[in-house]
Design a binder for this molecule. Structure first.
Ligand code: SF4
Length: 315
């Protein structure tokens, strides 16, 4: 589960007295037991971050500044910060059944992608594909990506385009839809938890996004949202959008909610924070919230047929 020996050795090496723990939502319930164990073994004071945590971009800077070292669980390193130790978390669920289900849906040359939770299964996925006569292609991503083949919800740079099909191994729709829209290559999603595989369909999400964009076409007053989480800040992009929008205000928001958006009395927003927010939370918002890509389309800076999910790219 957690590499407690590594945690103890980091604490000892840094002579830490106060230690922070930060978990994504799915792991938070394990926090108290881990905190007790660390306190008992290392003789330190442990503080758990109780705020939401959605990704490696989302380091609790307040807690980090309060402790000698902050352990951030569940995500691979995205930011360079000596005070934060990223502790990856892997699902050991077997991928074989799902990948075998995917085989009839795949072409010959197959791009292989997954999230960090299943990254240790990549050699096995490649072996299954090769045994079935496929040619797996695993590519490194940019500087925000730790492992070849790894995806983030905001970064599909490890997805190859020179393939017949892309295999995504993992759960949920967001990553495989994002890959398909970024690469224009058909994506097959194989879910290790259900053992099922399916062809990804982006029609519905594209219709939904076009509808949001259409509502924003007549907006006169714009709000441009700047993220406060360290790995989501894109100030230069926000300034460029403000200049294009005309009547626009820049607004910082740490956690976006419908109530916070209503307060500023603007007709539409462009969100430069985590690209998932505008898309996943669309039904909660009372005003259109566009991604920067969508804003560029309605302003004629990009073609409508080039609609894709927003990405936060590295170097
Ligand atoms: S910006 Fe969003 S998708 Fe990217 S790492 Fe952060 S939470 Fe994940």
């Amino acid at each position: 589960m957690f590499d407690i020996d590594k945690i103890i050795s980091v604490i000892a090496a840094r002579k830490a007295k106060t230690v922070g723990l930060q978990f994504p939502e799915g792991l938070k319930r394990r926090g108290p037991d881990l905190a007790r164990e660390i306190e008992a073994r290392a003789g330190v004071t442990v503080i758990i971050s109780g705020d939401p945590c959605y990704g490696a971009c989302d380091v609790d800077e307040g807690l980090r500044d309060m402790v000698d070292v902050l352990f951030h669980f569940g995500h691979s390193r995205l930011l360079e910060d000596d005070r934060v130790v990223f502790m990856e978390y892997y699902h050991d669920v077997d991928v074989e059944a799902a990948v075998r289900q995917a085989l009839p849906l795949l072409g010959t040359r197959v791009g292989v992608t997954t999230t960090v939770q299943h990254i240790r299964m990549l050699p096995k996925i490649e072996a299954i594909l090769k045994a079935a006569g496929k040619e797996p292609v695993v590519r490194p991503g940019d500087s925000r990506i730790t492992y070849p083949g790894q995806l983030l919800g905001c970064n599909f740079s490890a997805a190859p385009q020179d393939v017949d099909t892309i295999l995504f191994v993992g759960t949920g729709n967001f990553h495989p839809m994002g890959v398909q829209m970024a690469t224009r290559v058909p994506v097959i999603a194989a879910d290790p938890f259900t053992g099922e595989a399916r062809k990804v369909d982006v029609e519905r999400i594209m219709r939904q996004r076009y509808a949001v964009m259409a509502k924003a076409m007549d907006a006169r007053k714009w709000g441009v949202i700047i993220g406060m989480k360290p790995g989501q800040q894109r100030l230069e992009l926000a300034k460029r959008i403000k200049a294009t929008a005309g009547d626009a205000v820049l607004v910082t928001i740490r956690e976006i909610s419908p109530e916070r958006l209503i307060a500023f009395k603007v007709d539409a927003y462009v969100s430069t924070v985590c690209p998932r927010v505008a898309i996943d939370d669309v039904s909660r918002f009372n005003v259109p919230v566009l991604t920067p890509v969508e804003f560029d389309i309605i302003k004629g800076l990009r073609k409508w047929e080039d609609l894709a999910f927003d990405e936060i790219r590295g170097d």
